[in-house]
Design a protein. Structure first.
Length: 292
């Protein structure tokens, strides 16, 4: 009886856990739809911005804009500092989502340090910040307030100081580590070079525009927008990837809880049937003894 009582307790515990994971799965499914909508809404603007810059940026103009200029390597007097922006989530229970992003960031940091760079880490999200704090590594930026509904204003707050440092020649590069959203179950960790801006290649013949104002004035306004938008897209896609990963993790947890429940119930029923059979045998044996 003590064993069956313990099994009943375990069954109740697993049932409660399954209710929680199922609820979290449904919540993540709902949030994922809204996050996907934000990703889809951000893409046309980003693509239009890329095409305009591809039309305007020419080799003659590239040298006039610091954000387009490739700095000299440290050995030739160029800056020896590089920045990495790492985007992770504020919460866990998302499988290997955050650990994969952190692993990719560590790989990129190692590459830059092997090139002789001193790497400044700009952390967005509690999980990435907590990991590097645990390692005892100071971060240049810690933001845990952005959450899963990022705004362009928040992207501007992060990128503006970095653009100023790059324009002053204090940074050699700025890389972004984020989760590229391909589908609800495919969000590979990705490194994207934000600065210097690599002018997008124009496919086909460059259009012959009549510009007012001139191309240089337009580029001066559009390049910062392009850089800020790159970070905003990284924030939006990582938020969508987080919800997709959490939904998958919670679905797997719910399915596993169901399998455990089936095993526990089968074990409980076998023990209960064995106990009933034993009781019947004892009653029959006692009756036979009285008759004998």
């Amino acid at each position: 009886m003590a064993k069956t009582k313990a099994l009943r307790g375990r069954i109740r515990s697993v049932q409660n856990t399954r209710k929680i994971t199922r609820t979290m799965e449904l919540v993540s499914t709902s949030k994922l739809k809204r996050a996907q909508d934000r990703v889809i809404a951000a893409r046309p603007y980003a693509e239009a911005l890329r095409e305009v810059i591809a039309d305007l940026a020419t080799p003659d103009l590239a040298g006039d804009f610091p954000l387009l200029s490739q700095p000299e390597p440290p050995a030739k007097g160029g800056p020896s500092r590089a920045a990495i922006i790492l985007i992770t989530s504020n919460r866990g229970l998302a499988g290997g989502f955050n650990s994969n992003l952190i692993k990719e960031a560590r790989r990129r940091i190692t590459e830059l340090e092997h090139q002789g760079m001193t790497v400044d880490i700009h952390g967005i999200g509690r999980k990435g910040i907590g990991y590097f704090r645990y390692l005892g590594r100071a971060l240049a930026l810690e933001r845990i307030d952005i959450g899963d509904r990022p705004t362009s204003a928040q992207a501007t707050e992060v990128m503006e100081p970095l653009m100023e440092q790059y324009a002053r020649g204090e940074l050699a590069s700025v890389d972004l580590v984020y989760a590229r959203f391909e589908s609800a179950i495919t969000t590979p960790p990705t490194v994207m070079r934000i600065l210097p801006v690599a002018a997008p290649e124009r496919s086909g013949t460059r259009p012959d525009y009549l510009l007012e104002p001139d191309a240089a004035t337009l580029l001066e306004r559009l390049l910062p927008l392009y850089v800020r938008n790159a970070l905003y897209r990284g924030l939006v896609e990582t938020a969508a990837g987080e919800h997709g990963a959490r939904r998958t993790a919670m679905k797997n947890a719910t399915d596993n809880a169901g399998e455990i429940l089936d095993d526990l119930k089968r074990t409980y029923n076998r023990l209960r049937q064995a106990a009933i059979t034993q009781e019947i045998a004892e009653i029959v044996g006692g009756a036979a003894a009285l008759q004998g």
